[in-house]
Design a protein. Structure first.
Length: 561
């Protein structure tokens, strides 16, 4: 079936896997039943949530596996060895997808069995392990979809990463709609759904996600169609959530609205078919080229940052004996070679990006992990808390999508480096934490908006910045290593700050706390930490601003060809 073998169908399949695998963003839905059935206090629950965060964000293994099983040309366009090509042709992105699906099934199936009472109450360490295992499956799926899509659409890296990361962020709201419709408000049944549903979707579509080398010049037009559909889905979900706050939906209404949602989610495949048909009409050789790309090493555009510059040494001087170039500010960047993980870790820019993510993403995760308890302490009911989690997913999505799309637009039209955009979004997160800390009526309808948008934007900006500074070849490993900063920051801020202060303020009899005092100090601390992240982002901007001028120039020259 030739019509299935193209990068547009691969994009549609990746979108479906992305929106189905974001179970880590719905922890608040089942955290209460996990806490009550296992007899946890808040600090213990936060410890379990940190292992969830480690699993969902520390994807070094997925990056290494992706690099091992997926063929790639070097930065100069040279083909890999025939032996390596034959070995890698046996694998491909589907291997990474299958690994993630198995982990997701085993991890969440164990948690469901423990909560349902099918097995004896496991030790906390065992629960932490299976929570990590189930959530870690997400990194294998996410890494495969993001890196494969970025290789297929390298000229629009911000836009495609924003779409992929956006649907991952949106998955929380989608899964909660399915939970309300088919689980009848039972968190235990929802855990079973998390074990089965994402695994089924992944196994169904994983063989369609492949790397293709064809670029016919209309990528932006079709990507804009994907972007339009995502915005329609967000608007629809927003409308449904507002109605759920006003009205009580009977079962038939929930089924009807969920069916419409699934129809909208099927639209990307319609766009994929249309894009392939239009390209096959305009470029008859496309089908032949894409079929060849399945068996041959993809001839990807060189990822050398200076391939479009006739004389890069006009801007930089090459240190003797080094494969890199340095600016007057003593900045190091790749020169005709993609960096591997160890080379990247020897640069200042890697650690600036890592520190910014520890502070920024860590404080964002601390917010979503404690959303349920924050809502309870301020008097929000269960329906309102579930809707707040859904709204968080949509703000998260808008941040992820907007962070990629808007940063692409601004960088191409204004020449603004992405690290500057990252610093701006982190400063918005500071304001969001302050709003939550104040605890005024309705604050959770404003504060999480600011935090969610900023948090999501940085999940799009960080992988894109990583690919631009360190290259695409080992991007999966490098950006997943930087992503490990998120659970590290979450552990420090969720367990050692938020959980500790909450337990100090809680009633010792039932370990609950009510009032603004429960989280006020914690979120002022989170605001200070996010402020530090914003300053670090500015430091990265000043170090890379000249480099990004060359990136913009290269892309302008490439688009004019």
């Amino acid at each position: 079936m030739q019509w299935l073998n193209n990068k547009w169908i691969a994009t549609g399949a990746s979108i479906w896997i992305q929106w189905s695998c974001g179970a880590s963003y719905t922890f608040s839905i089942y955290s209460s039943v996990l806490k009550s059935t296992q007899g946890y206090d808040q600090s213990t629950l936060d410890t379990v949530s940190v292992f969830k965060d480690i699993g969902a964000n520390a994807g070094i293994l997925s990056g290494l596996l992706y690099s091992a099983v997926t063929p790639y040309n070097d930065a100069r366009g040279a083909s890999i060895s025939s032996e390596n090509s034959k070995w890698k042709s046996l694998g491909g992105p589907w291997v990474v997808h299958a690994t993630g699906a198995i982990q997701c099934f085993v991890g969440f199936m164990f948690i469901w069995a423990a909560v349902a009472g099918l097995i004896d109450r496991p030790p906390v360490a065992v629960m932490c392990f299976f929570t990590w295992l189930g959530s870690n499956g997400q990194t294998f799926l996410n890494t495969t979809n993001v890196v494969t899509s970025l290789r297929n659409f390298h000229d629009y890296s911000g836009t495609i990463v924003g779409i992929m990361k956006g649907f991952l962020g949106l998955s929380g709201a989608i899964l909660i709609q399915l939970y309300d419709t088919y689980c009848n408000g039972d968190p235990t049944t929802y855990l079973l759904m998390l074990a089965v549903f994402p695994t089924f979707i992944c196994l169904l579509f994983m063989c369609l996600v492949r790397i293709y080398a064809v670029n016919n010049g209309d990528d932006k037009k079709h990507l804009n169609r994907f972007s339009l559909v995502t915005m329609i889905i967000v608007a629809y979900l927003m409308f449904i959530i507002i109605l759920q706050n006003i009205l009580t939906f009977p079962s038939w209404a929930r089924i009807f609205t969920s069916t419409i949602l699934l129809v909208f989610l099927a639209t990307p495949f319609g766009i994929s078919i249309r894009a392939q048909w239009e390209e096959s009409e305009r470029f008859p050789e496309t089908l032949s080229s894409e079929r060849n790309s399945l068996t041959n090493t993809p001839e990807l555009e060189t990822s050398s940052k200076f391939s479009a510059i006739e004389d890069p040494l006009e801007y930089y001087e090459l240190p003797s004996g080094e494969g890199q170039i340095a600016s007057s500010g003593d900045k190091l960047f790749p020169y005709e070679e993609d960096m591997n993980l160890l080379q990247a870790m020897r640069t200042v820019d890697f650690w600036l990006l890592f520190i910014a993510m520890v502070s920024g993403l860590g404080s964002g995760l601390a917010t979503i992990n404690n959303m349920s308890q924050i809502g309870q302490s301020l008097g929000y009911n269960t329906i309102e808390i579930n809707n707040l989690v859904s709204l968080w997913s949509m703000w998260n999505f808008l941040g992820r999508f907007g962070g990629g799309y808007v940063s692409d637009y601004i960088m191409h039209t204004r020449g603004w480096p992405r690290p500057l955009f990252m610093a701006i979004t982190l400063s918005i997160m500071v304001l969001g934490h302050i709003v939550i800390a104040c605890g005024f009526p309705g604050n959770l309808y404003l504060g999480p908006v600011l935090v969610g948008i900023s948090y999501g934007a940085n999940w799009s900006l960080m992988p894109t910045i990583t690919s631009e500074i360190f290259g695409v070849k080992h991007m999966g490993t490098i950006f997943n290593t930087i992503a490990a900063a998120s659970p590290l920051g979450s552990y420090i801020l969720s367990v050692r700050v938020v959980g500790y202060i909450y337990d100090k303020e809680a009633n010792n009899e039932d370990n609950t706390c009510f009032g603004t005092r429960c989280f006020m100090l914690s979120f002022f601390i989170l605001a200070a930490v996010a402020c530090v992240a914003s300053f670090v982002g500015m430091a990265l901007y000043f170090r890379t601003r000249r480099f990004y001028k060359l990136v913009v120039l290269r892309r302008l020259q490439h688009s004019s060809r």
